[in-house]
Design a protein around this ligand. Structure first.
Ligand code: SDX
Length: 396
């Protein structure tokens, strides 16, 4: 019994930690950030309010929000030297490779806040990481398309600032469209935290050695990149493009047959989840956002969206997926929304990392501030050779 939640003993033995940040009920398809249902946060709050909630345990009142937003806003610029760091990459480097390098490199620029055991260091590092991720992701994008960097503009909201740094140019001011800014903000909220997923567990394990927060978050970025995890949004869009190439909706059956083939490694990207054995509540919200954004842009007949909805419908009725409780997850629709906003597919996972940074930091801080915590040391079941004697080379 932990507060309102009871767990069966079998589950407790598999739990890697205790946490009061995010609660998921995979069977019910329920997701709570600090007790607040994701459905209510996505509609009533913005991303920085959600950041305050995850980091400090509750939603801010008006004064607290004003102070938090102003502290984040003050840290949106990055050290100018980072531009030279960026130049070391090829222009066609994957944005996640660049982001892994840049975030890890922050340890070298902000070495005045690297003592993770110091609460003041942790607090400033959290603000710096949340504030600078949009700038770094936008820089990675601009570098890849050979355009000049756009500096943050502090009179814009967090999401509008990101979009302006992404799509603005020195020759043309970018006016972020309110519907798209709201959609961007919702994507950030929906991806902010998700209990002990692979990248969060990576951040906890990495941070448990006492390394600095930037290095621990860089480890999370690296883990999130995988197609089974955060890389699924990019893989999902590429999958939809492949089906489109094959002939679109008419070819869905052929594709599903490939997925079901025991000898094929083809997965239905954006479907399935380690915990949700019901509809991922974030996928529902993401699908609504898809409708809103595509409607606002007059793209209701977007072939990719129509294909995704047809694929979802067929998969949800197909015995293979029903029997395995495979439902759409957050990645199934997020790519379509990002694509409608104008974000290139190669940047989808970097956007996921931008949003998840606050969750990683909140989880790292929760662990480090627990006086009982120790360095992580997962144990193994050894299945190798019993002790044996080394023979001299001539006898081997
Ligand atoms: C994220 O953990 C998190 O919280 C992650 C995340 C977060 O916010 O941090 O939610 C973000 O990573 C979401 C997941 C994104 N990944 C994808 O969409 C990639 C496609 N999905 C899969 O690779 C898969 O579903 C996993 C990795 C997500 C889960 O894999 P599991 O643990 O093997 O799933 P399972 O145990 O439920 O699988 C049961 C069966 C297996 O087949 P059988 O051996 O029983 O015959 O379903 C099959 C699996 O092979 N299966 C799939 C499938 N996912 C599972 N078959 C086809 N397509 C799929 N997508």
């Amino acid at each position: 019994q932990t507060g309102k939640f009871t767990y069966d003993p079998g589950f407790l033995s598999t739990a890697s930690c205790q946490s009061s940040i995010t609660y998921i009920d995979g069977d019910k398809g329920e997701l709570l950030y600090r007790g607040y249902p994701i459905e209510q946060l996505a509609v009533n709050c913005d991303f920085l309010e959600t950041c305050h909630l995850l980091l400090n345990g509750d939603l801010p009142n008006a004064a607290e929000k004003k102070d938090f937003v102003s502290r984040v806003t003050k840290h949106t610029m990055v050290n100018e030297q980072m531009q030279f760091f960026m130049r070391g990459f090829r222009r066609d480097a994957h944005p996640m490779a660049v982001l892994t390098g840049l975030v890890g490199g922050m340890s070298a620029f902000y070495h005045d806040t690297t003592d993770v055991t110091n609460p003041q260091h942790r607090e400033i590092a959290a603000i710096r990481l949340i504030a600078k991720m949009p700038t770094l992701v936008a820089m990675a994008y601009k570098y890849s398309v050979g355009q000049p960097y756009i500096y943050p503009k502090n009179d814009l909201s967090y999401s509008a600032n990101f979009m302006r740094m992404m799509f603005g140019t020195p020759c043309e001011e970018y006016q972020p469209d309110d519907v798209l800014v709201r959609a961007m903000d919702r994507i950030f909220i929906l991806h902010a935290d998700h209990e002990q997923n692979a990248s969060t567990s990576t951040v906890r394990l990495c941070g448990s050695s006492g390394t600095n927060p930037y290095a621990a978050i860089a480890a999370g970025v690296a883990c999130l990149w995988g197609p089974a995890h955060g890389g699924a949004n990019e893989a999902c869009l590429n999958m939809l493009a492949d089906i489109q190439q094959m002939g679109g909706v008419a070819k869905i059956g052929e594709f599903i047959t490939k997925v079901k083939d025991k000898n094929s490694s083809v997965k239905l990207m954006g479907f399935g989840h380690r915990v949700y054995k019901n509809y991922d509540p974030r996928a529902k919200l993401m699908r609504e956002t898809c409708h809103e954004v595509l409607g606002a842009l007059g793209l209701e007949n977007d072939p990719m969206f129509k294909l995704a909805m047809a694929l979802e419908k067929i998969a949800l009725e197909d015995e293979y997926f029903v029997a395995r409780k495979l439902y759409p997850n957050v990645d199934f629709y997020s790519g379509i929304v990002q694509r409608a906003i104008g974000i290139p597919v190669s940047l989808f996972t970097a956007v996921f990392a931008l949003a998840r940074t606050v969750g990683w930091i909140a989880q790292l801080n929760e662990m480090i501030s627990d006086p009982e915590y120790k360095i992580g040391r997962p144990r193994q079941l050894f299945t190798g050779s019993a002790t044996r004697q080394v023979k001299p080379l001539a006898e081997r």
